[in-house]
Design a protein around this ligand. Structure first.
Ligand code: FES
Length: 226
């Protein structure tokens, strides 16, 4: 794949950071030692993307290179390496479907099938109305509740074909389901609920109640003495 496949054909003629982002950029750059300001490239790319409807135009790459004293190609290398940065416009709802082994073993193929059935798109494509884009990505770091789909900034976990269908319907109506596990799992607990932690919980409850009753008995003995 060449860089021409990665970046949008149609590019804006200019890009200027908003005054709010200019102020944020100063704070971000100040976090790094003098001469190491190139380390701010990732947060600046993120700001540019958020300001520009979730994609980064080439003029923003140039602006960031200028701000950080970097070669443009170095900024572009970073932006094209990470799937979290979009170099082309994406839909209002950008679905990042994890296809790495834990998610694959837990049914990510069914999720991809559901997206194709309901939206008619596969990885790298957008719907004609510009509402949805989908991209298959590597591990999103939430394997414990696999399979995962990230929608813009939100994670949806424990999905299957039916729950993905419901999620797509909710997004189509602009009333997204609450983020998190669609099965209501708390944190990364087992699907059957807490196991060893339950025992720890009951032990600690017993300990607390024993301390409380000892305190009561000490108080009543002291009262009896006085
Ligand atoms: S493998 Fe899918 S989140 Fe890690």
């Amino acid at each position: 794949m060449s860089i021409h496949d990665l970046v949008a054909e149609k590019q804006p003629e200019s890009f200027v950071f908003s005054p709010e982002n200019e102020a944020l950029i100063k704070k971000i750059i100040a976090k790094y030692p003098k001469g190491k300001q190139a380390s701010a490239v990732m947060p600046l790319l993120d700001l540019a993307q958020r300001q520009n409807d979730n994609w980064i135009p080439m003029k923003a790459i140039e602006k960031i290179a200028e701000l950080l004293g970097m070669a443009r190609i170095r900024v572009l290398e970073v932006a094209s390496f990470y799937t979290m940065y979009n170099l082309k416009p994406v839909g209002k709802y950008f679905l990042q479907l994890c296809g790495t082994t834990p998610c694959m073993l837990r049914g990510s193929d069914d999720i991809a099938r559901c997206i194709k059935d309901k939206l008619g798109i596969v990885s790298g494509e957008s719907t004609e109305d510009g509402k949805f884009s989908v991209l298959e990505v590597e591990c999103l770091g939430a394997c414990v509740n696999a399979p995962i789909v990230q929608v813009n900034d939100d994670f949806y976990e424990d999905l299957d074909y039916d729950s993905m269908e419901l999620l797509i319907e909710s997004l189509s109506n602009d009333t997204p389901l609450p983020q998190g596990s669609v099965k209501g799992r708390s944190g990364s607990q087992a699907e059957t609920g807490p196991t060893s932690l339950t025992k720890m919980k009951s032990k600690s409850a017993a300990l607390k109640s024993s301390i409380k009753s000892k305190k009561v008995s000490v108080v009543s003995t002291e009262k009896a003495r006085s």
